[in-house]
Design a protein around this ligand. Structure first.
Ligand code: ZN
Length: 417
């Protein structure tokens, strides 16, 4: 049993941030055993970590991130999606045929994600099976929780990445078989998006959801171009999300749709029907996708929302930075398109990055008894001449914090170096 004494902040619901001050948090076998306003007699004598003025918060969950795009973060941000993919991203992803190169990038990517406080993630690899397996194993070794996908693309893709339908399917099964023993980081089907997949491939992948019990991640209603292109290629479907539903891809363990910026009513109904996540990636949608999710309206409809960095379309691998940005964008959306839109609170955005997104992985993303002790100790954010509340410390971190403000990281109860 270990004890932490001080101030803790966690989401208790989508609109409520709870703050415990001068309290004790007990951890046993990596799981939070209790939170107490006073130290119980039975716990006297247990080692105590004194937090002082620092604040303990749950670790973050990033539900949409591209590990192979780590080398291009912060570059070519003046392009829009189609050109950005063709000129920069696809040539970079082709390099992951080289496993040595992939190892260097994925080691750095995983370390940096943990350094920035993300302990749970849903990650795109590339079409390459060996490199993507390495990424999954690396995250598993580090003790993270996650889903990693080998990307599928069998049409309208550059020669260096385009697979045959049969080849894509065979490699996907090879990938799924190879990581059947992985406990904490699981494989997930990853059709890149509708414009780069044939109907035949999507249906074949849909059959794998049943055979292997896996979920799916993809880009969903990502941009005007992507949604229009999807409808043009699949005219028998009324919207982007229906393509995946008809292909059987939404019947697996989970559904994670990135962006969901311009959903039709039908898109929303289908996502709700499958209890899927819509993942807002604020920096990315400003930089290369150019649209703003209606996060307030979708939350009011009951859609499960989370945040993602979408590195490298987003430039910051710390998903905490997307909390503040999501609030900013929702205010812009409500200002310019007031009809049916509302600004979201800081509490809602923080929930999306912690408890909301974390619910995909089990009991993580909150400081509550029964939850895994994946937590961050924040410090160095207060002013000497002003008292800030613990919630204000957390808010400031999400707007202008850096990894230097994360003074300690605890993963399943173990302090990381
Ligand atoms: Zn993406």
């Amino acid at each position: 049993m270990e004890l932490y004494h001080g101030n803790f902040v966690t989401s208790s619901s989508i609109e409520k941030l709870e703050s415990c001050t001068d309290s004790y948090l007990a951890v046993e076998n990596g799981v939070i055993a209790g939170i107490y306003p006073c130290l119980p007699e039975t716990l006297r004598g247990a080692p105590v970590v004194e937090l002082g003025e620092d604040v303990l918060i749950p670790a973050f969950s990033d539900l949409h991130v591209h590990a192979p795009q780590y080398p291009q973060r912060g570059l070519a941000m003046d392009e829009l999606l189609h050109d950005w993919l063709e000129k920069h991203t696809f040539p970079l992803e082709a390099r992951f045929a080289d496993l040595d190169y992939a190892r260097h990038v994925y080691d750095a990517f995983t370390d940096e994600m943990l350094a920035r406080g993300t302990m749970h993630a849903v990650v795109f690899g590339t079409v390459h099976t060996p490199a993507t397996l390495y990424l999954l194993e690396r995250m598993e070794q580090k003790g993270m929780l996650g889903y990693v996908g080998k990307v599928n693309m069998d049409t309208d893709s550059p020669d260096s990445l385009r697979e045959s339908c049969a080849g894509s399917l065979a490699e996907t099964e090879r990938f799924l078989d190879a990581c059947s023993d992985s406990r904490n980081v699981r494989p997930i089907l990853t059709p890149r998006f509708a414009p780069t997949c044939t109907w035949e491939l999507l249906c074949a992948l849909g059959r794998l959801t049943q055979k292997y019990g896996v979920g799916v991640q993809t880009h969903l209603v990502e941009s005007f171009w992507e949604a229009a292109e999807a409808r043009r290629r699949f005219p028998h479907c009324s919207c982007d999300t229906e393509i995946y539903e008809r292909a059987g891809l939404l019947d697996g363990a989970c559904v994670v749709g990135a962006h969901f910026i311009f959903p039709s009513e039908e898109d929303i109904h289908i996502l709700l029907r499958h209890n899927g996540f819509a993942v807002q990636c604020p920096d990315a949608t400003v930089s290369v996708i150019a649209g703003i999710m209606r996060a307030g309206a979708l939350a009011d409809r009951g859609v499960r929302l989370a945040l993602g960095t979408d590195l490298g379309a987003g430039h910051n691998l710390g998903v905490y930075s997307q909390v503040g940005r999501a609030v900013q964008l929702s205010k812009l959306k409500a200002f310019y398109e007031p009809d049916g839109n509302r600004a979201i609170s800081f509490a809602q955005a923080f929930y999306m990055a912690t408890r909301g997104g974390g619910s995909l992985f089990g009991k993580v993303g909150a400081l509550e008894p029964g939850y895994r002790f994946d937590a961050l100790r924040l410090g160095g954010l207060a002013d000497a001449y002003e008292n800030l509340s613990p919630v204000q410390i957390v808010e400031r971190f999400c707007y202008l914090g850096d990894k230097s403000h994360i003074r300690a990281r605890y993963l399943a109860g173990r302090r990381l170096d």
